[in-house]
Design a protein around this ligand. Structure first.
Ligand code: ZN
Length: 368
């Protein structure tokens, strides 16, 4: 998952961060604005092209944040938890912890972002027109406002291309889900449409190049990203379909493998020769930590099991009757605890594999 490099803080309760790759795009965008577009729009400017370019870039990034915040706030209202927003190379991503509860939520969350972009775009275009009428010619501010307005409308249009992981793909998934009632079938269809959209995005600059036009690697890169992400989404939807109808309790091994926390990794492997998620117990016999067996990575055989284990406090806790797919959202291993606070066991990668999940990865409804 995309983790922010710098945390900016919280807006309306949503954690906002920036990935370092955004700085690369910021520098490219500002330099192309200062060195090309702005001098072309306003040849005899009364101010600095660079200052205007930096302002336009900042406003553009703020608009992307507005787009993602709209996704996040609607998701929160529809009962989905939001991990945070990260701005990065490809724009922004709102990381949602839960899947939409119903087709209506899926649709509303997906439409919120492009809706915000259209609103911001129209507002800046109007501002640009007003500033153009009010300010003396040679002022860069009208050009900056019109640029930010136009770019927001473009952003909305691009994001509405009908293929997951783009917002338009989620709209498509929501509509199909509403139409035939099968969420996974809808998601798989939207992901396949995403592959077609991605292929089209890659094809456009290739055709341009063959026709003697300039090289436009950016669109191809975005297309490649869309193809890659849509493949991952289709795989996730297939996995989720396999788990639909299962409860976390169904995945629990019976009996739950346990071991004392102080045994060596060598002894742990000897006691549990097969893939398992082992609950480690303290001297009083109470659960203290969870470890995947075989222990991944280079670990000396004399290391203590507790030193390579995840302490209970660091684990997500699920009730046995929670849907099994929740284990994918929380990230394994998860601790299974009943209503009285009793630890029933742990579900890890081994239990997911046994349930037919190939390689557990994060499963997030994350609109771009
Ligand atoms: Zn979006």
């Amino acid at each position: 998952m995309l983790r922010p490099t710098i945390r900016l803080g919280r807006i309306a309760g949503v954690e906002v961060g920036v990935h370092w790759s955004l700085l690369v795009i910021g520098a490219l965008l500002a330099s192309s604005l200062a060195g090309g577009l702005l001098p072309a729009l306003v040849p005899d400017a009364g101010g600095s092209y660079w200052a205007a370019a930096v302002l336009a870039t900042g406003l553009f990034f703020a608009s992307i944040l507005g787009h993602e915040l709209a996704h996040a706030l609607v998701a929160l209202r529809r009962g989905q938890r939001v991990e945070g927003i990260t701005l990065w190379l490809m724009g922004g991503v709102a990381r949602l912890r839960d899947e939409a509860r119903d087709a209506r939520s899926e649709l509303l969350v997906a439409l919120a972002g492009p809706g915000a972009s259209v609103g911001i775009g129209v507002a800046f275009l109007a501002l640009g027109a007003l500033a153009g009428a009010a300010l003396p010619s040679g002022s860069l501010l009208p050009a900056v406002a019109s640029y930010v307005g136009a770019v927001n409308l473009l952003l909305a249009a691009f994001n509405l291309l009908p293929g997951a992981p783009l917002d338009g793909g989620r709209v498509l998934a929501g509509l199909l889900w509403w139409w035939h009632g099968d969420r996974r079938r809808a998601q798989i269809a939207a992901a396949r449409a995403g592959r077609a959209v991605g292929a089209l995005l890659v094809a456009v600059p290739v055709v341009q190049l063959l026709a003697g036009g300039g090289l436009n690697p950016w669109l191809a890169l975005v297309g490649w990203f869309v193809i890659d992400a849509s493949r991952a989404e289709e795989a996730q939807a297939r996995v989720a379909r396999r788990m639909d109808g299962l409860r976390i309790g169904d995945l629990l091994p019976r009996p739950q493998p346990t071991a004392p926390a102080w045994v060596t990794v060598e002894a742990l492997h000897a006691a549990h020769p097969h893939d398992a998620t082992v609950v480690l117990t303290d001297f009083a016999g109470a659960p203290a930590a969870v470890v995947a067996v075989p222990v991944p990575g280079p670990v000396p055989p004399w290391a203590r099991a507790r030193d390579v284990a995840v302490p209970l406090a660091a684990l997500a806790v699920l009730a046995p009757d929670a849907p099994a797919v929740a284990a994918l959202h929380e990230g394994v291993p998860v601790l299974v605890v009943d209503g009285d606070g009793r630890v029933l066991g742990a579900v890890g990668a081994a239990e997911l594999r046994r349930a037919g999940v190939p390689g557990p990865g994060p499963l997030a409804g994350a609109p771009g």
